[in-house]
Design a binder for this molecule. Structure first.
Ligand SMILES: [Zn+2]
Length: 98
């Protein structure tokens, strides 16, 4: 009879480990998203560093070169650089700022 209990215990332990592993998967996915966001932020920082060196990028909306661009993700997920005069337009579209 004791062997049966040991076997039952092993099965229970295996099931528990399986459950824990399943629960950890979405957590890992969330973590990778955080890493992506951090990478996007560091990319943005590199861009702003290039701007401070005198390189100005054109605004994605009016195409005017601007040293102070704000970066947003549009409805299609594309990153756009917006100059200070176009920022109100972006805000009405409720785009996510990077
Ligand atoms: Zn603009």
């Amino acid at each position: 009879m004791t062997y049966m209990w040991i076997a039952a215990g092993i099965i229970a332990a295996v099931l528990l480990i399986g459950l824990v592993k399943k629960r950890r998967r979405p957590e890992a996915a969330a973590r990778s998203k955080v890493i992506e966001l951090k990478a996007a932020r560091s990319r943005k920082n590199k861009r702003t560093a290039a701007e401070s060196n005198g390189k100005s990028q054109p605004c994605s909306l009016c195409r005017k070169p601007s040293k102070q661009l704000g970066f947003y993700t549009d409805e299609n997920g594309t990153v756009i650089g917006v100059c200070s005069s176009c920022k109100p337009k972006v805000k009405t579209r409720q785009l996510e700022q990077l």
